[in-house]
Design a protein around this ligand. Structure first.
Ligand SMILES: [Fe+2]
Ligand SMILES: [Fe+2]
Length: 481
């Protein structure tokens, strides 16, 4: 196999003998992992996929039928900026790091490994979904997301192998050894150990969990370690499609539910997914995804910022003070059974700052889904945007409070309702099944998941998309079965 043809890249792979050798050893292991843990049952099918073959804003994406194991997972970095500087922190204004600074080596490796681990994890979580796809269009989007998460793994493995020597190579191997949900060798972050075994989960995952990825990658795209910044900038172009799949997927489910509600008050009678269940899935995935940002008060976030390794969202565009050594941030913490405000040095609150940006972005999705309800006439158009969902007979969809159902940080050792009120454990347990998907909810959703694979056809519980992919109609044969 010619490695240069196999791995499209703009990192001069053909000149770099050491990297070439490392990737040559890693590639067969990667392909074995893909075979074992990638999409099950469709490896020999032609899928209409886009492949990154260049980084230019025009035409970087090449569309064609590809069998997934033949996908050309490439290594692309955004072009280097002349005179790049460290954009924030204690070394603000110094030349960007082109090699790993010795004193930050462990931090940087940890950042890259944590990001890298999420990429194969999501492929593992989604590996059975092809069997229950609601349409060929959706199946193709699933596989597109999967191969691109594979490429994101490559992107992080490239950094480990090119910049970290022996321990980087070991970490690259470990990334193929951990398994989502496996109690003995789980993936690093908990959202990536949760099962994603039906399509409502999948759309929530790509809406909420991939969106966490957007914010992590955006913060790393600011990094003073230039190879990481350039890698993440290019990954963000692909991530946008993943979030599109989730956002529009949920919109289509909500729209279809609204249509079915007009046929029958109980949408279960007509094979739809009730809004209450959709709300519970939102609560579940939003809260798990919030955990991915880390603790509210974090010395890691302060250290990473000080070192110039991980910035804020749109650090250069949004801020004028890139040192952020003096400001403070007020957040709610629990003290002797009460929620009280606490002022925290800004650098220690950067996880929370990033989480706030993320929450505001998620709100936009909710607004779109509620607009779908209004478009279908099941809620008054005026109720959308007013915010008070409790006044409507059909409640609008909403995001739970950021304190609800958390497993990481300040709130993880307490219980809160979906509005963020501190409540006793017993009260949480009593309401749990009305806030989070119950076993029965999950079983009901699973009972609807029958594959629809005829071009142009779609499952009953979801509306078709408003258009196809890259100018192709919805009826296009996106996967040749
Ligand atoms: Fe990714
Ligand atoms: Fe993604």
């Amino acid at each position: 196999m010619n490695l240069y043809d196999r791995i499209p890249n703009n990192v001069n792979l053909s000149e770099d003998k050491r990297l070439h050798r490392a990737l040559e050893l890693w590639l067969p292991n990667y392909l074995n992992w893909w075979h074992d843990m990638g999409p099950e049952g469709f490896q020999d099918k032609d899928v209409w996929l886009r492949t990154a073959i260049d980084v230019g804003s025009e035409g970087w994406a090449h569309f064609d039928y590809v069998k997934m194991p033949d996908y050309r997972w490439g290594i692309f970095l955004e072009p280097a900026q002349a005179d790049a500087k460290v954009g924030f922190g204690d070394n603000f204004g110094a030349p960007a790091y082109q090699e790993v600074p010795g004193e930050f080596r462990n931090s940087l490796r940890r950042i890259i490994v944590t990001q890298g681990d999420t990429e194969p994890a999501s492929v593992e979580q989604q590996r059975l979904l092809g069997h229950t796809c609601p349409s060929l269009y959706d199946m193709r989007n699933l596989f597109q997301v999967n191969v691109e998460e594979g490429r994101h793994l490559w992107a992080m493995v490239y950094l480990l192998q090119a910049y970290f020597g022996r321990d980087g190579r070991d970490e690259a191997d470990e990334l193929l050894a951990r398994r989502s949900g496996n109690p003995d060798k789980p993936r690093i972050l908990e959202a990536f150990n949760q099962p994603c075994d039906d399509w409502l989960n999948f759309y929530c995952f790509t809406m909420f969990t991939d969106r966490d990825g957007k914010y992590q990658l955006s913060a790393l795209a600011e990094s003073g370690f230039e190879p990481l910044a350039r890698t993440c900038r290019f990954m963000l172009t692909e991530e946008a499609h993943h979030m599109f799949v989730g956002d529009t997927g949920l919109s289509r489910v909500v729209r279809r539910t609204a249509q079915l509600m007009k046929q029958n008050e109980d949408v279960r009678e007509v094979g739809g997914i009730p809004l209450e269940i959709i709300q519970k899935y939102i609560n579940f995935w939003f809260s798990y995804s919030l955990d991915l940002f880390g603790g509210e008060i974090s010395s890691n976030s302060a250290d990473f910022f000080a070192a110039g390794l991980k910035g804020r969202f749109k650090e250069q565009e949004q801020y004028t003070d890139h040192i952020a050594a003096e400001g403070s941030f007020t957040m709610q913490v629990v003290e002797s059974g009460n929620l009280v405000p606490r002022e925290v040095p800004l650098r220690n609150a950067l996880n929370e700052v990033l989480r706030g940006e993320y929450g505001r972005d998620c709100e936009k999705g909710l607004a779109r889904w509620n607009k779908a309800l209004a478009d279908e006439g099941v809620v008054a158009p005026t109720s959308v945007g007013e915010g008070d969902h409790r006044l409507r007979s059909v409640p609008l969809l909403y995001l739970p409070n950021i304190r609800f159902h958390r497993h990481v940080g300040e709130y993880s050792s307490h219980h809160f309702d979906t509005e963020g009120n501190l409540i006793p454990r017993e009260e949480f347990e009593q309401h749990k099944n009305s806030w989070l998907p119950s076993m029965e909810d999950r079983e009901y959703v699973r009972s609807l998941m029958h594959p629809v694979t005829e071009p142009g056809k779609i499952a009953n519980w979801i509306a078709p998309p408003s258009s196809g992919i890259k100018g192709k109609p919805f009826e296009f044969e996106y996967v040749r079965l």
